[in-house]
Design a protein. Structure first.
Length: 314
């Protein structure tokens, strides 16, 4: 029996399949020196967050207060906020806590909340968006209405009220991940729903239905592999927004509570010492700016690489 040639993909199927996605992401990272530099910066900051304890131990410091590093006024002794070989970023005013330790452990908190909220919001958005676009009817109308309401809802007021009601010992990182994720799914759902409405009209989806494929089969085998591109793009661009939201909420005092380090809380405290010790604000603020910039640049590059109109997915 002669083997027949492989069946070509159905007409209208997006050229970018799940197996080509890693190659497209790698191509996006290598698309320019600036993008590659930002990708390396993301890796460095993620490693700093993951290995915060190890890096702080290598520095020879900890999160313990050390008033011996302070001057008579409570400010860091020495120049540049106490920057030295023993304290790479200087020390915190009034407490003498090593600032590098604060920034490294704060990176862990900010990235944990940012990535966790992005994963939760993306997962909810994909499931809700696909179901709304594929099933249609009253469910589609309900999802669209709910997404519009959530997008217009002032979540900051909700967070302030929730922070006042929750017990002090409730894990604030968990609260931030849940709340930011619940407020983040509508953006993902809108994009996924629009893509699903287009894909649902393609021949290969109709063929799967005719052959007896149920909604779960169509979702996992036909729709989801062709939705990875927009999902990856929207997720990569949502991460810096989530990190910034965590920092903003901690800055306002409704996010991470002491003694847990956080970039936003450190920046909030540093503002009071900006005139006398500007380096206290520079390092956490610079790290927050760099990670936000890097994720945005890499996210834009991935979007360009996966957008057929830009030629990146060719």
């Amino acid at each position: 029996m002669v083997n027949s040639p492989p069946t070509p993909p159905p007409a209208g199927v997006p050229a970018l399949a799940a197996r080509s996605l890693p190659a497209a992401v790698w191509r996006a990272v290598r698309s320019g020196r600036w993008t590659f530099t930002c990708a390396v910066l993301i890796v460095v900051i993620v490693l700093l967050a993951a290995g915060a304890d190890l890096f702080v131990l290598a520095e020879g410091q900890s999160l313990a207060p050390d008033i011996a590093t302070l001057g008579p006024t409570g400010l860091p002794a020495g120049t540049l906020g106490g920057v030295s070989g023993a304290h790479w970023f200087g020390v915190e005013p009034l407490t003498g806590v090593d600032l590098f330790a604060l920034v490294a452990h704060g990176a862990r908190t900010s990235l944990l909340v940012g990535l966790g909220a992005t994963v939760l919001g993306t997962a909810l958005g994909v499931v809700i968006g696909v179901s709304a676009g594929y099933l249609g009817g009253w469910w589609d109308r309900l999802v669209t209405w709910t997404a519009d309401v959530i997008l217009g809802f002032p979540y900051l007021i909700f967070m302030i009220a929730l922070g006042a009601v929750l017990p002090v010992d409730f894990p604030r990182q968990v609260m931030l991940i849940i709340v930011l994720g619940l407020f983040g799914w509508p953006r993902v759902a809108r994009i996924v729903r629009a893509q699903t409405l287009t894909l649902a009209k393609r021949d290969f989806v109709a063929a799967a239905r005719v052959m007896g494929g149920g909604p779960w089969h169509v979702f996992t085998k036909e729709l989801l592999p062709n939705l990875w591109a927009p999902v990856i793009v929207v997720a990569s661009l949502a991460i810096p927004s989530m990190i910034g939201s965590e920092a903003a909420l901690s800055f306002l005092g409704v996010g991470v509570l002491p003694p847990t380090p956080s970039w936003g809380r450190t920046i909030s405290t540093a503002i009071d010492f900006f005139e006398t010790d500007p380096m206290y604000l520079v390092f956490p603020g610079l790290l927050l700016f760099l990670i936000t910039l890097a994720f945005n640049v890499v996210g834009d590059a991935i979007r360009d690489a996966l957008d057929p109109r830009s030629g990146g997915a060719a």
